[in-house]
Design a protein. Structure first.
Ligand code: ZN
Length: 389
């Protein structure tokens, strides 16, 4: 049975496939979105004339095969503001995935509202001052903030006045739609882009373990592409434990973040993050440190197992520092999930993904491109005029 999809949904599906695949020949694209080549040809030609996609000639994959290769356009620009690792990253990139502009600003955890405001204002003004004189029309802005919740004026993690920032963006980038999200949405979307078109299928529970620790439920089948976040990092596991940046004590994050790991390894956290997946090879890890790391992995597994008791997901993907560890260390996580999940490990599939540490603003730009695609690649009026003139 084939579902009848609206034109909007078909456009989003085509753009989403091109986004995940990094480009495709027409027959593969049609197959990827479960439609015939004939039925997508009108939409392809519309998207081409709107400048959202581009077609280039490439060597055919087999004799007599197709030679026109379709990619997302490198003429459409999107922007991101991503707060992560004690920094604010701002960037402009193309739909095709190139980064055109990237800047970073220090934004230490626990900074007061006035200082946060000054830094954010500077970042937005710098970004607008870069894009405007170049005539670059930004089709989408994605802003990702740790601990962001649309019901709260400010995040408990970063003293950022969201309505004030939204006002500023509206003034500086008046024609650019903005999407405001929790950092974990950007992480999950950025990770989804890395996975390409080889998908798990259905929904999965995505956990990121970095400077911040959080999770998201990614529903691949939902047409809206919505990602629901869970603040697993702020599950309190020891109320008499150390102070967390959220204001509580003994959160999971204080045990398993890169701050905690750097402390165990006795190295600066920025150095650890900078090493990405190489950290277990680069550092000499003592037996004592290894035991401490395993204990922390056990805590992580218990929290994930408990989260699965509340939301019955079967596929779990962990990104962040644990992914770089040898299999026997990582096995501790799975074992601990089994100790806390009702029904044990039955039918739970756990995948570790590469570290994705220190890659900002890649996730933020992925989220901006994804948001543009989800509104089916409809450009705003000024952008269309710029293309045709
Ligand atoms: Zn916390």
């Amino acid at each position: 049975m084939r579902l009848i999809r609206s034109r909007h949904d078909t456009r989003s599906a085509i753009l989403g496939y091109l986004w995940c695949s990094g480009g495709s020949f027409r027959p593969d694209l049609a197959q990827g979105v479960a439609l015939t080549e004939a039925s997508i040809s009108r939409i392809i030609s519309d998207l081409k004339s709107e400048g959202v996609i581009q077609e280039t000639r490439r060597a055919a994959p087999y004799r007599g095969g197709p030679s026109l290769f379709i990619t997302l356009s490198n003429q459409i620009s999107v922007a991101a503001i991503e707060i992560s690792n004690n920094r604010l990253y701002s960037a402009v990139g193309t739909l095709a995935g190139d980064t055109l502009y990237a800047e970073q600003y220090d934004l230490a955890d626990g900074l007061g509202a006035a200082d946060v405001d000054a830094t954010v204002t500077r970042a937005v003004c710098d970004l607008a001052a870069w894009a405007t004189p170049r005539g670059i029309a930004l089709e989408q802005l994605a802003v990702s903030i740790p601990g962001y919740d649309p019901d709260l004026r400010a995040s408990p993690i970063v003293a950022l006045d969201v309505p004030a920032l939204a006002d500023l963006c509206q003034r500086k980038l008046p024609e650019t739609p903005a999407r405001w999200t929790n950092s974990m949405v950007a992480r999950a979307v950025g990770h989804r882009l890395q996975m390409g078109t080889g998908v798990l299928g259905g929904s999965y529970f995505f956990v990121f373990v970095g400077h911040g620790v959080g999770a998201a439920i990614v529903d691949e089948l939902a047409e809206s592409g919505d990602v629901e976040t869970c603040e697993i990092g702020h599950v309190v596991i020891d109320p008499s434990g150390g102070r967390c940046r959220c204001g509580h004590a003994g959160c999971l994050e204080t045990h398993v973040s890169t701050v905690a790991l750097a402390d165990i390894l006795k190295v600066p956290e920025s150095d650890l993050i900078g090493r990405g997946d190489r950290w277990p090879d680069d550092y000499r890890i003592s037996a004592e440190a290894r035991a401490a790391i395993r204990m922390r992995l056990g805590r992580l597994g218990l929290a994930i197992g408990n989260a699965l008791n509340l939301n019955r997901q079967r596929n779990v993907v962990i990104a962040g520092w644990p992914g770089a560890l040898p299999a026997d260390d990582r096995a501790v996580v799975l074992e601990a999930i089994g100790q806390s999940r009702l029904g044990g490990l039955q039918r739970v599939a756990l995948t570790f993904s590469n570290a994705s540490l220190g890659r900002e603003p890649v996730s933020g730009l992925a989220l901006a491109a994804f948001s543009f695609i989800r509104r089916s690649g409809e450009r705003r009026a000024r952008g269309r005029q710029l293309i045709s003139s």
